[in-house]
Structure formats: C-alpha cells, structure tokens
Ligand binder design. Structure first.
Ligand code: SF4
Length: 196
C-alpha cells in the first residue's frame, strides 16, 4: 500500500501555471515548498492516517459502483474523474471523487472526506473545494460527504465560485490561508511564516 501511494504521488507533476483545486483551498506557500522540497511531499506516502483516508474513499466509491451496477440507482457513475479548465493564463486541474448523471438528466458531484474529528462540519476549506468543483465540472450542485468515527453525514453545496473569485484565490499570497493550518503543515519545520 505504501509503495502504491508513493508511485501515485510521483505521477503528480504540475504544469507551468497549473493549479490543483487543492492549491486554491490552502496556504499558497505549500505549493511553492512542494516544488522546492519534493522529498518532504513524498514522505507523506508513509503516513498511515492519509492511507486510512484513501481506504475510506475506495470503500465508498466501491459502494457507489455497486448501487449503480445493481440498478438500485439508475444513471451513469464516474469515479475519480479528472478535469482541466483554463482561466486566463492559468489552468485549474481537479479530480472529483465521483460524478453522477441520473436517469432524469440531473448531474451532481460527490466529494468524500474522512475525518477523525466530528467538529465544525462542514469545514470551510472543503466547502470552498466543492464550490470550485461545481465551477470546474459545471455542476448545479455537489454532495460533500463526511465519514467520521461518530457520524456519517452529507451537505449539499449549490454555489459555484466565480472566475473573479478564482483569480483572486490564485493571486492571494496570504499565508497561512487558515489560522489552524501551520499546526498540521509538514513544511512548518522550515517555514518563516509559521504561526504558533
Ligand atoms: S507553516 Fe504555515 S505558513 Fe508555512 S507553509 Fe505551512 S501552512 Fe503555510
């Protein structure tokens, strides 16, 4: 499992002026440090908590496949669907957990989050991520699902980010972007902007 995760991470190479959706929902310095210290990034492949999140994703995606394959829900399901879209000189790239098109033509996205803590849901950066997906995949709404040891719940997100908001997220240099971020950041061991 660790090896597979490592090989998967090695495949993630950003193009010039390319931003992952996750780059826009977190501290912008992380993107800079990921280029400069790739060894610290690859180190994450050996983090069991991240692998546990991956396993939860696989489990729920496999459950979705089953309900579509067995006809319990009628429609078309895509999992781990990648998409790129340009905005000015920038390219936004994302991979939503699932895209669903129901029999009646309704389209919706599904984003799955595993969390050890059931506090403050839905988290602001996750809602922002889903709003960006709604823009990227041109969706009227998406479902943000949380799986925690105490609760499995979902939130319907109908808003999408505007292109102005996206550009301002790309250009925003405020670091950290969220007050709690440095506490969980692997670059905190060298970052001069670390907030304690
Ligand atoms: S330590 Fe804080 S400011 Fe520095 S990269 Fe990490 S999140 Fe950003």
């Amino acid at each position: 499992m660790y090896k597979t995760k490592l090989e998967d991470m090695k495949k993630h190479v950003r193009g010039e002026n390319e931003y992952y959706v996750s780059d826009l929902t977190r501290c912008p310095l992380k993107r800079v440090y990921e280029e400069r210290f790739p060894e610290l990034v690859l180190n994450q492949a050996y983090d069991p908590t991240l692998l546990l999140g991956d396993i939860v994703h696989l489990g729920l995606e496999s459950f979705l496949r089953k309900v579509f394959d067995e006809g319990m829900v009628k429609g078309v399901l895509g999992v781990e669907v990648e998409k790129k879209k340009s905005i000015g000189e920038y390219v936004i790239r994302g991979r939503i957990d699932a895209l669903i098109e129901l029999e009646d033509g309704e389209r919706l996205g599904v984003e799955i989050k595993y969390s050890r803590r059931d506090i403050g849901l839905p988290l602001q950066h996750h809602v922002l991520q889903v709003k960006i997906y709604n823009w990227l995949y041109d969706l009227p709404k998406s479902i943000l699902i949380y799986i925690t040891p105490n609760r499995i719940t979902e939130y319907v997100i109908e808003e999408k980010v505007s292109e102005e908001e996206l550009l301002s997220l790309i250009r925003d240099e405020k670091s950290p972007r969220w007050p709690w971020e440095c506490q969980y950041c692997r670059f905190a061991i060298l970052c001069p902007n670390k907030k304690t």
